[in-house]
Design a protein around this ligand. Structure first.
Ligand SMILES: Cc1cc2nc3c(=O)[nH]c(=O)nc-3n(C[C@H](O)[C@H](O)[C@H](O)COP(=O)(O)OP(=O)(O)OC[C@H]3O[C@@H](n4cnc5c(N)ncnc54)[C@H](O)[C@@H]3O)c2cc1C
Length: 413
């Protein structure tokens, strides 16, 4: 386990104090996920019941080098693609949805940094100091640093344009002040990706900062939820000074632009986790039906068969969206698949888990039965941004020939 180190004066994450394992290829990462899955699955029920963060899961993930998954080959990482990430997330999501969700936040931070082409970042105005800070943050992930995302706020949800956390210039960088909520992995992360608005600016500049855990970053234990109870998605209070290179991209006002050009990390990356949750629900129903001799009942068999097809269909769309993200990132066609993937996976998980519970009967609703947990976990997929309703609206606007990212009626983010 890596203890959070002291806050770095330069805004980078604190140096990890233990050496993590190394993955050198993406196929090795997929193998590692399959190897780790049974251990994560074994611990999931206890963490759900107690609402505790799965520290041992992250020790395992770190020891396997999984925190370096998205780190490019040039820095010594496996250089996973978005499709590789999706494969890992499906496997881990089937073992423990909560652990896979926390890893998803880390992958979103490292993946967005690793997969933004340098030319694009330069064209947007990124200074050379950004590339140094980025590589340092990715190198720390390779060494086992864990990153969390602190975007949501109690008053504004995940709407980036409405965040109230502010930043002001400080002697050697910026001072951030405000409160976040739903911060998965809070208290166990080495640094937090924080969305904040310029204090002197009424509207426009919402920027992203990588804020090290440490002075001025305080976790409040508030997480006690219906599902995904082991994500430790606590509140986070910020009154912290960071170095200039904590500003992602070295450019102010980047957050909304990134949401539009890289929706995969804000929309579709969760989708893979919920495909895993769907498979877990089918697996738990098969085990229950087999143990109780329910498999000879046509209604039970048909529910399991329908669920099998629904999960496989959602998985196919998630994999196709991921393939397109790698081949043609940010294009309107690709983004449409990204929103489809999130919508279908979120609704599928919820419907499949409900049907598998019904096929299994009331005894599966008892606390401690895997389907009771999966039913609650699966309910969260549609609620995570972009919610299923928001995805459907986005797709509907696109189908009607409008521009869903520039909707005059509704601010998308
Ligand atoms: C298990 C879990 C883990 C999470 N982890 C993190 C994390 O690590 N970091 C983080 O920052 N957040 C995280 N979140 C928070 C997530 O981003 C929240 O779901 C979000 O902030 C919720 O805000 P809200 O409750 O106000 O609901 P909202 O998402 O704001 O939704 C409220 C209602 O308004 C609708 N709505 C919202 N926006 C629009 C729009 N633009 N157009 C039309 N309708 C809209 C929704 O469909 C919904 O019906 C997590 C959430 C969950 C459940």
């Amino acid at each position: 386990m890596i203890a959070p180190g002291p806050s770095s004066p330069t805004g980078g994450p604190p140096p990890p104090v233990a050496v993590a394992g190394r993955l050198t290829t993406a196929p090795a990462a997929i193998d590692a996920a399959e190897r780790l899955a049974p251990r994560l699955a074994e611990r999931a029920a206890a963490h759900d019941r107690a609402g505790t963060f799965p520290e041992a899961d992250f020790e395992d993930l770190r020891n396997e080098g999984m925190l370096g998954l998205m780190v490019p080959v040039r820095l010594g990482g496996p250089g996973a693609s978005f499709a590789d990430y999706a494969r890992v997330a499906i496997t881990l999501g089937a073992a423990s949805g909560a652990t896979a969700l926390v890893l998803n936040m880390h992958a979103s931070v490292t993946g967005a940094m690793a997969l933004t082409p340098d030319d694009l970042a330069r064209a947007l105005g990124a200074p050379e100091t950004y590339f140094v800070a980025r590589d340092r943050a990715l190198g720390a992930a390779l060494d086992g640093a864990l990153y969390a995302v602190a975007m949501s706020e109690r008053a504004s949800g995940s709407r980036l344009s409405a965040v109230s956390t502010t930043y002001t210039p400080a002697a050697e960088g910026f001072h951030l002040r405000g409160s976040k909520t739903f911060v998965s992995g809070a208290g166990f992360a080495d640094a937090y990706l924080v969305a904040a608005r310029a204090a002197d600016d009424g509207q426009a500049r919402v920027s992203l900062f990588l804020v090290p855990a440490g002075a001025g970053v305080v976790v409040e234990q508030t997480w006690d939820s219906l599902g995904m109870r082991a994500t430790g998605s606590q509140d986070l209070h910020l009154d912290a000074t960071v170095g200039a290179d904590a500003l992602i991209g070295g450019i102010e006002g980047l957050s909304l632009l990134l949401a539009h050009v890289m929706p995969q990390w804000l929309v579709a990356s969760y989708a893979a986790v919920y495909v895993g949750v769907g498979w877990a629900a089918v697996g738990a129903a098969v085990e229950h039906a087999t143990a109780r001799g329910l498999g000879r009942l046509p209604a039970v068999r048909a529910r399991i068969g329908r669920a099998d097809a629904q999960v496989a269909a959602a998985e196919t769309v998630v994999v196709e969206a991921a393939r397109r993200v790698d081949a043609d990132p940010g294009s309107p066609h690709t983004n449409r698949w990204v929103w489809r993937a999130k919508l279908l996976a979120g609704e599928m998980a919820m419907n499949v888990a409900a049907s598998m519970l019904e096929a299994s009967g009331a005894s599966a609703s008892r606390r401690g039965h895997p389907l009771e947990r999966l039913y609650r976990d699966a309910r969260c997929g549609s609620l995570q941004p972009a919610t299923s309703d928001v995805c459907a609206d986005w797709l509907g606007v696109a189908a009607l020939g409008g521009d869903p990212d520039n909707d005059a009626e509704v601010t998308r983010w």
